[in-house]
Design a protein around this ligand. Sequence first.
Ligand code: URA
Length: 434
Amino acid sequence: MNFQDIIRKKRDGHSLSKIEIDYLVKGISDGSLPDYQIAAWAMAVYFQGMDDRETRDLAIAMAYSGEVVDLSFIPGVKVDKHSTGGVGDKTTLLLTPLVAAAGIPVAKMSGRGLGHTGGTVDKYLSISGFQAERKYSDFIKQVQEVGAAVVSQSGNLVPADKRLYAIRDVTATVESIPLIASSIMSKKIAAGANSIVLDVKVGSGAFMKEQEKAEELARLMVEIGKKAGRRVIAILSDMEQPLGRMVGNALEVREVIDTLQGRGPEDLLDLSLVLASYMLILGEKTSSLEEARQWISEILVSGRGWEKFQEMIRAQGGELKDELDNYGLPKAQYQKEVIAEKSGYVSNLNAFLIGHSAMLLGAGRARLEDDIDYAVGIELLKKPGDLVQAGEALALLHLNDEKRMESALLQVSQAYQITPNKPQKPKLILDIIQ
Ligand code: URA
């Protein structure tokens, strides 16, 4: 087979056969195809798209391009959860103990953050001593004993996606719905769960800025999962504004702890309850959404979720001190208020600008190899719908390097829109696709 012919076929808008896609994926994984040919193919897909069958074939071929996790040693239905990436999105940290306490084993592999969105593993790593790299046998043993483990994605999983994503990242071909759908689903299929709840984000802080595109992505991912024998539900949720009030690794862990103790922000709690409830349904614990919601709420209110959180952290070497010591989480040296210039209602809070400002402070990475500062970030004192007086603080920057302050300060104030009239409350859950 000549790969030049495959690129030409896609360039001219034709569908590739399964044999051609398998050849492509093998060439990406074993290094026999050079970067420039893979890049040319990705650009052809960017413009010409792929039909559903090609997208499925690509996802499944990539899923089996390396190791595939075997969770069969863990009894029960294993349910995974995935977010397409957002700002202040700490739902995995919150719902993992809640769902585990309801008897659903959570065996989760998560990634590190890149760009304006944070990564789940980075958030856990802000806890002193926490180990995200675990031997496979220890990972399985922990899920059997504790009911939950969240680790870094193993290096041998989906090598084809790893190489393809790195090429897409530098060739302006990330923003292609079939490539995103196949990339995400290849990792979810390889991670071994029977069922998957997808949180597809929509808005300024998300990959998908428009609901129509997010719906298309969600539909494709559900379809790929079903073809691979998984049960999949996609929840479309708002990412026009950040989730919760904290953005930045240790700050977000603190917000999760507060929420597990009954003092969390409404939007974070609402979305986590919906995601956790669907995990209970896919985990075959109940078929009633109402019952699932009640069950999760009881686990939260009784403190069993907080206990399970601590148990999982301890099992992975983490040490949480008491509240007076901020649970041992790192604290930034300086705090700087972002002041409102006029009075009115916060009508919009741009999630992208907040995520980008947190990255400028050092909470996120511009490149995958960058170091991050776990302590820094942004505390959002005002959110959409809140009344604010001129001169009042809108947000608090937590920072260690004063040189990084000016640009972050400017972006955070640009992120806030203040208008005279009270805006309508933004809708959090936009659609459910199954
Ligand atoms: N996240 C992924 O894992 N892959 C993509 O292509 C985009 C977002």
